[in-house]
Design a protein around this ligand. Structure first.
Ligand SMILES: Nc1ncnc2c1ncn2[C@@H]1O[C@H](COP(=O)(O)OP(=O)(O)OP(=O)(O)O)[C@@H](O)[C@H]1O
Length: 622
């Protein structure tokens, strides 16, 4: 029976229902549109993890048999004490029996420990494998797919994993494992106290019906509380994430009101559901007491009629609780199965979503010179926006290139396409002679460094963060990369220098300092092409000047593509690509384009850097 509680089994029963469910998360629904089971190597992760954990679960099930048998001993001991010791005064018999019972109790204790360990191991196996698969699937999916689900939903998915495994390592599994013990107890009751057997059978049926009634909760999928809890989690995560903005806005009343509304909804639903569950639990307790009274009453009548002994009645009282408690526990544990069911369905849906198409390259390709050719490239967002339509252009090799345009025109989109973060909807992008579609972002990462518009710094020391991108980099290389971006100057002034601990997301450093560190990280990877999205946006005038000087220097060896609103940056570029916002990109030299785009703000730079030759591309940045 436990086999049918495995998350992989829960899936098969819930997947068909999910399609018709009105409470399905909109993000889940949108992602499921793109779902292709075949295209995800993680689609079978839950089934495989359950299969891997199955030997331990089976072991726990086998161990439950001797545990069940040994569980009968106390009642038999009680029966013997009444029938042989008390009535006949056999102290030696009592000593022997106590020694025997203690010995068997020791064995039962060991078996129980072993069973609990097996279940823990099974749970840990499922947890470990599914977490790994979820993390890999998240990191390997295309950026556009990642962006379609907010980070709070990803967090919820990771929290779903313990909920999923609860069906096999929680109280429900133990209740099911103890069911054979209930059957054994019934047989023994039939032998030693048959007159009370009907009472216990009736009790089991009543508790079973109660358990079945709660199972309906699972079957019909009425889990509104869980859906509301998810919505509340999402809004709480958003408020936590936006705490600085909320403080800055100093107007958090609307947000607070929305959050409170969600919270009250969830609390109301949870209160109702908890009330129902508590009623069921309390009813089970009263029913158990009621049945115990019924057993004693029927037993007393049977003793008066000399159908059974007092010892049998005492033993039956113990046995009845052994027979009934697993069934009563079932009634109280359906909720964890409902949670597990929901969690498994969501996880499976996420794991089935496609990951990046391009398999990792098995061939070490030569370092590209950094020439891009866009051939009839179009890009549409799922929302319908088309920032690029039928664009054909060449960039590089080498040189400093600026992508300019108004807000929302499509500059970052073009940058992401060049970095391989997005795939064109139509057309082809070549890097040197290679079609970029054949490379995963991991492969391209060695060649095309990309600085995102928003920098995120993982918590830890500065040196750890820098080494994260290139573990082999020696101290000299790290310092050189930091000098190039201007990071070295501010790090040198910190009391702990490169050992300074930076908080989550870069807390403790200014936006400009973080940008300098992120640039240094990119230089440490030593790519052939740099795609920098507004690299100078947080920099002061001197830092921008220094950065420009360095970029001009680097552009003599590598292809440097800068997305910028800064006329200073655009002025020193060799080529300008103006993303017009109507899907088209015009290009020319700064002299041709910038006077029209920036008007009087543009003053031509004194000299233009010489375009590099192809062989210069072999050199390193830092
Ligand atoms: N993940 C996304 N999903 C849907 N639409 C998007 C997404 N990212 C951007 N867009 C839309 O695509 C268009 C181009 O966005 P993009 O970020 O490329 O503009 P941009 O030129 O870099 O703007 P800015 O100068 O403000 O950074 C915008 O209209 C934007 O709303």
């Amino acid at each position: 029976m436990i086999h049918y509680l495995l998350p992989s089994r829960l899936l098969s029963s819930s997947s068909h229902r999910a399609a018709s469910r009105p409470d399905v998360d909109p993000a889940d629904a949108s992602s499921s549109q793109a779902t292709s089971v075949a295209s995800s190597p993680y689609a079978d992760a839950i089934a495989n993890a359950c299969q891997k954990a199955w030997p331990q679960i089976r072991m726990a099930a086998w161990l439950s048999l001797p545990i069940g048998l040994l569980g009968l001993l106390p009642s038999i001991f009680l029966l013997q004490v009444f029938n042989r010791v008390i009535s006949r005064g056999g102290t030696a018999t009592l000593t022997a029996m106590v020694a025997g019972v203690l010995c068997f109790l020791g064995i039962e204790w060991w078996l129980r420990i072993r069973r609990a360990r097996s279940l823990r191991e099974a749970g840990a196996t499922i947890d470990h494998d599914v977490s790994q698969a979820l993390m890999d699937s998240m990191l390997q999916r295309p950026l556009l797919a990642l962006e379609s689900r907010p980070s709070s939903q990803w967090l919820q998915l990771f929290r779903d994993i313990p909920a999923m495994r609860a069906s096999i390592s929680g109280g429900l599994a133990s209740a099911i494992f103890d069911l054979p013990m209930a059957l054994l107890a019934l047989i023994v009751i039939g032998i030693i106290a048959w007159p009370v057997l009907p009472v216990i059978i009736v009790a089991m049926i009543v508790l079973g019906v109660l358990a079945w009634w709660w199972a309906d909760e699972v079957r019909s999928g009425r889990v509104e509380e869980l859906v509301k809890a998810r919505a509340l989690d999402r809004s709480t995560a958003e408020v936590c994430h936006a705490r600085t903005t909320l403080k800055a806005l100093a107007h958090d009343a609307t947000i607070k009101q929305n959050w409170q509304q969600g919270y009250d909804f969830w609390l109301g639903e949870s209160f109702r559901k908890n009330g129902d569950m508590e009623n069921a639990r309390e009813t089970s307790i009263i029913l158990l007491t009621l049945f115990s009274i019924a057993v004693i009453t029927v037993g007393a009548i049977a003793i008066n009629e000399q159908w059974m002994s007092i010892g049998s009645l005492m033993a039956v009282n113990l046995l009845a609780s052994k027979a009934l408690s697993p069934v009563a526990q079932l009634a109280g544990n359906w909720r964890s199965l409902a949670r597990s069911n929901e969690a498994t369905r969501r996880l499976q849906k996420a794991l089935e979503e496609p990951v990046e198409n391009a398999p990792p390259q098995t061939l070490q390709l030569p370092r590209p010179k950094g020439r891009f050719h866009l051939d009839q490239v179009s890009f549409h967002y799922p929302t319908g926006q088309t920032p690029l339509e039928n664009v054909t252009l060449d960039i590089g090799p080498g040189g400093l290139h600026a992508i300019v345009g108004r807000n929302g025109a499509g500059k970052s989109t073009l940058g992401k396409l060049l970095a391989g973060l997005y795939q064109p909807t139509e057309g082809t992008i070549y890097i040197d002679e290679y079609d970029m579609a054949q490379f995963s972002r991991a492969d391209l990462g060695h060649w095309v460094g990309c600085l995102a518009q928003q920098v995120y710094w993982f918590s830890g020391t500065i040196i750890e963060g820098l080494r994260m991108v290139n573990a082999q980099a020696d101290d000299q290389t790290i310092v050189r990369a930091c000098q190039l971006t201007g990071a070295h100057a501010f790090i040198s002034h910190l009391p702990q220098g490169y050992q300074t601990v930076v908080g989550e997301g870069g807390t403790g450093l200014s936006a400009g300092e973080l940008r300098k560190l992120a640039l240094a990280q990119m230089f440490l990877r030593n790519p052939s092409v740099l795609v920098l999205d507004e690299p100078s946006s947080d920099l002061d005038f001197d830092s921008e000047t220094a950065l420009l000087k360095n970029l001009q220097h680097i552009a003599q060896k590598l292809t440097v593509i800068v997305i910028t609103h800064s006329v200073r940056v655009a002025s020193v570029a060799q080529h300008i690509y103006h993303v017009r916002g109507d899907g088209h990109v015009e290009h020319g030299t700064p002299r041709q384009l910038l006077p029209r785009l920036y008007g009087s703000a543009y003053t031509p730079p004194p000299a233009t850097a010489t375009p590099p030759t192809a062989h210069q591309n072999q050199e390193t940045i830092a």
